[in-house]
Design a protein. Sequence first.
Length: 131
Amino acid sequence: MASTVTKTINIQASPARVWDFLNDLANWPQWAIHNVFSAVPGPDGYWLMEGPRGTQQVKMLSNKEFGILDQEFRDPVEGNWLVPCRVVAGSEGAHFMMSFTKPAEMPEEPFYQAVQVIEQEMAKLKEVLEN
């Protein structure tokens, strides 16, 4: 059975603002501070994202009406994976949720290390959007 972890953060900003910011992959270096050093448009709707493991390809599978911000990753080392993400209305803004399921090719330790780093990145996202 695959390992899955879901992370959630509350952001005091409108769900539309959070969705718009996250759906624009050019914004990712501002908040995904450990995993994305730069992001540029690439072929077939993918973006080329430079990070600590080299270049990954990322494509958004998004729908604003339903708050969907799913991310399809192509990683030459750790395999391909889908990260389902949602933005939903909360009592004081928005809730942003990301679910990570370990790709079969990825060892356990790097998967859980990557998920721990996401908490810091989500805190940075909150800081960026609330200021």
